[in-house]
Design a protein around this ligand. Structure first.
Ligand SMILES: [Zn+2]
Length: 462
């Protein structure tokens, strides 16, 4: 045990104690390094509040970070402050803090972000710079009035160290990577990346760019990267007063192949980019939830002819919880299930979450006691399923005779293009996630959710 180098997680029971603010525990404490956005936190003027609430806030944040929470929600509920940690997209109750102390914790958090703790009537946003276990974090705070002088706080955790930006590091499949390489190899065409908010679109856009072979092609960046760094890409700052056309002409004279741009947001920019798409390759984000939405937007902005001529592909992803490697259970799928999932019949093993302990046996160990790694969640981290709409010759024919989502989906399936659902099944086959998780993600409406034969069965079940 002593030699195991993995970052120690607090014992769940101790952590719970911490969240409730009772005596502590061997959890390392977060270091607050001041407000973000040039604000100031006047702790001296609020000494009473600091004395009452700084320690519990510190413990709450430390506990949340130790559990890899990416969002912390603090909201009034039945006279208490309910604290929930969102881990891998799922909210878990963490603490219910009694009245006055709960209010003080909300005010303290706001104070640390340099917000006005006494203003409970307006929406305020700010942030705290922090460090925990040597990792720098930005805690983005939003306070929203919740009626009766109470407030709801949402803390979004941004890990400033994790920069996974190579295709292999996020499990971007090779066959998609090779396609992006093809699309960008002829100094022409537009590749777009889209997805709903909080789905990692910006990271996916960088991953898509890093599919381009930097030793064969000249890649220029014109985007505002907000602190990110690109590998083997030349930064290009447009001269003041130069519009997009002049800038593209200047870059063309440098024999550029691929350009990385800011998110595509206006019809004017789209028209200019598609005008140049016969001389340059472009990769950029477009604000749209799905590839079809993105396609519709492009058609609206530049017309169907330019779209068919210039657009090469639209990429998106969906984050899916990864099964805990320490407690996932193998099972032998039956042939009917495999056929239904489209998996090869020789697949011998799939994985699922361990069954919960029987509720009527008081001596049974809880899953939390069984697995120290995931504290019984039993998922740990997330993996992405990918989708890539490709503008093939057949797809062009389909679109030329009318733009319908159904027709596009049908054509994608007919050509074997990678869709989110299909790629999610790949993750199941690779043992990274479970069928239950896929069902949860793609069929989130519980009313619709009913046991089907896609549900895994115990080994040997008919
Ligand atoms: Zn586990």
């Amino acid at each position: 045990m002593a030699g195991k180098p993995d970052p120690k997680k607090p014992d769940p029971k101790d952590a719970k104690k911490g969240a409730e603010g009772q005596e502590q525990v061997d959890v390392e404490q977060v270091l607050f390094q001041g407000p973000l956005f040039g604000r100031e936190a006047n702790l001296k003027a609020n000494a009473k509040l600091v004395q009452a609430a700084l320690v519990p806030v510190k413990q709450m944040i430390s506990d949340a970070l130790a559990r890899r929470s990416h969002t912390i929600i603090m909201e009034p509920r039945e006279g208490r402050l309910s604290v929930r940690y969102v881990i891998d997209g799922i909210p878990y109750p963490a603490a219910a803090v009694p009245g006055q102390k709960g209010i003080a914790m909300v005010q303290m958090t706001k104070l640390l972000a340099g917000l006005d703790p006494n203003d409970r009537k307006s929406i305020q946003t700010g942030g705290i710079k922090a460090e925990f276990e040597k990792i720098p974090y930005h805690l983005m705070i939003e306070s929203v009035p919740a009626g009766g002088g109470a407030e709801k706080l949402r803390i979004k955790v941004e890990n400033k160290k994790v920069v996974r930006q190579k295709p292999s590091e996020v499990g971007f499949p090779d066959h998609l990577k090779n396609k992006i390489r093809n699309f960008t190899s002829e100094r022409s065409g537009v590749v777009l990346v889209c997805g709903p908010p909080d789905s990692g679109v910006t990271t996916l856009t960088v991953i898509t760019l890093h599919c381009v072979d930097p030793y064969l092609y000249q890649v220029y960046n014109l985007a505002d990267l907000q602190g990110r760094e690109l590998i083997n890409v030349t930064d290009f700052k447009p001269e003041p007063g130069h519009d997009m056309e002049i800038t593209f002409d200047r870059i063309l004279r440098r024999e550029a192949d691929v350009l990385f741009l800011n998110p595509l947001k206006s019809p004017q920019d789209a028209q200019t980019i598609f005008q140049y798409a016969d001389r340059l390759s472009f990769i950029m984000e477009i604000p749209a939830n799905t590839p079809f939405e993105a396609l519709q937007k492009v058609i609206e902005w530049v017309g169907i002819d330019e779209t068919l001529k210039g657009l090469r592909a639209i990429v998106t992803q969906k984050l899916i919880r990864k099964l805990c490697d320490d407690c996932k259970q193998a099972f032998r799928p039956n042939p009917i299930l495999l056929k239904k999932l489209g998996l090869p019949p020789e697949t011998t093993v799939l994985y699922r979450a361990p069954a919960p302990p029987p509720p009527d046996d008081p001596k049974a160990m809880t899953i939390e006691e069984l697995c120290k790694d995931c504290a019984g969640v039993p998922y740990h981290g997330r993996v992405a399923a990918f989708e890539m709409f490709e503008m093939t010759d057949q797809m062009k024919e389909v679109l030329a005779s009318g733009v319908s989502q159904e027709a596009v989906r049908k054509q994608m399936a007919a050509e074997g293009q990678t869709t989110l659902q299909k790629d999610a099944i790949r993750l199941v086959a690779e043992g990274k996630t479970s069928l239950e998780e896929i069902q949860r993600v793609f069929n989130p409406n519980p009313a619709k959710k009913k046991p089907t034969s896609a549900q895994p069965r115990p080994p040997g079940a008919k």
